[in-house]
Design a protein around this ligand. Structure first.
Ligand SMILES: *Cc1c(COP(=O)(O)O)cnc(C)c1O
Length: 356
């Protein structure tokens, strides 16, 4: 028998969350963002469950080629475009839409006569200052692309830095709209947070990611309240138990000390499985469906949980680390991170099962 840990991916939850996103999109077309192996869910599996999307957004050629090999025929957006001239023939071979975000890419494209036509996205830096063209350099880049005989269409795109935060999108949105007025091009702006929170930022193509996986883009708002269902459940079993007396300690660094008699379950999941090592004692966890807490440090292959008073808890008991019944957002918040990081960090050694 394999070690008792697995991730279960719910195709039904993915499909449901896509419908929620589509309702917010109100007719705008939708890229399902499946970068980072679909936030840990598996790019092929996610594409199958999300097949009602209008296209898929990925990071690199590896993921794009995996999607094509899996039979995906819809448009594929490459969020960082191409990196080297040798990448260019792949765009045509696999019919991919690159994001062009720097002058070097424009030049590579200019120097490489393509054997057929491609669509491109042109990224505008509206203030995040990570990727994209600013107010002065946008026009020359746009013109160069429009004049390229093999570029079929150019869509303007930008990304918000604080769509989930106090700053919101208004500053970037106003700036982008003022600039984009001078261009006859479709627009793509919104990630999950902007899609939910700022209907005026929808544009022609929206780009939700995290909400499709059933997590909330907002710290102050649960996924459940947004009608999102967790797509990934990470579960394991208790493989050993201990009884502690007051004053006895547990785990590396002896970081947790029992204040009284307590029962502890040792769970077959550690940071080498993707559980966040920085999750402190007190991080929520379910044992036999009952909510309890971790105690002591997360180690490579194990965590310890308080099972005092949980009926029937012992070796073989079911443990939910996150997912159905316990939001990854909540576990992430306890560990000082985001559900994005937890989902993406699911380790390759964890077997994945698919559920309806
Ligand atoms: C990752 C990403 C998204 C999706 O963001 P979420 O917050 O997961 O919805 C959208 N656009 C770009 C450019 C991205 O890199």
């Amino acid at each position: 028998m394999p070690r008792p840990i697995r991730a279960t991916i719910s195709a039904g939850a993915l499909a449901h969350n896509l419908l929620v996103a589509k309702a917010y999109a109100k007719g705008a077309r939708l890229w399902a963002v499946v970068k980072a192996n679909a936030y840990g869910h598996g790019v092929e599996r996610a594409a199958r469950a999300l097949d009602a999307a209008d296209g898929f957004a990925v990071l690199d050629f590896q993921e794009a080629v995996r999607l094509r090999a899996a039979g995906v025929s819809k448009p594929i957006l490459m969020l960082e475009g191409f990196f080297k001239p040798v990448d260019l023939p792949l765009l045509l071979e696999h019919d991919l839409t690159p994001v062009i975000h720097n002058a070097e890419q424009v030049e590579m494209l200019r120097l490489a006569p393509l054997a057929g036509e491609i669509d491109v996205y042109l990224k505008v830096n509206s203030g995040m200052n990570r990727l994209g063209f600013g107010a002065e350099s946008l026009r020359p880049a746009y013109n160069a692309l429009r004049m390229h005989p093999q570029v079929r269409s150019v869509t303007l795109m930008t990304h918000f830095a604080d769509a989930d935060g106090a700053g919101g999108v208004q500053g970037q949105l106003d700036w982008f709209n003022a600039l984009a007025k001078g261009f006859e091009a479709p627009r793509s702006l919104a990630n999950s947070a902007a899609l939910i929170r700022f209907p005026e930022a929808r544009g022609d193509w929206v780009r939700p990611g995290i909400m499709l996986y059933g997590c909330s883009p907002f710290a102050a708002c649960t996924a459940e309240s947004l009608n999102l269902r967790p797509a990934m459940t990470l579960s394991a079993e208790i493989i050993a138990t201990q009884r502690l007396h007051a004053g006895e300690r547990i785990g590396y660094g002896f970081s947790y000390e029992a204040v009284g008699e307590m029962a502890v379950g040792v769970v077959a999941c550690g940071y080498a499985d993707g559980y966040p090592r920085h999750a402190p004692s007190g991080t929520p966890v379910l044992v036999n469906g009952r909510r309890t807490r971790t105690v002591g440090r997360v180690s490579m292959d194990m965590i310890c949980v308080d099972i005092t008073g949980i009926p029937g808890a012992g070796v073989g008991s079911a443990v939910t680390l996150w997912g159905e019944g316990l939001s990854a957002d909540e576990v992430a918040a306890s560990a000082g991170t985001l559900s994005y990081e937890l989902l993406c960090a699911l380790a390759p050694r964890v077997p994945v099962a698919e559920a309806a």
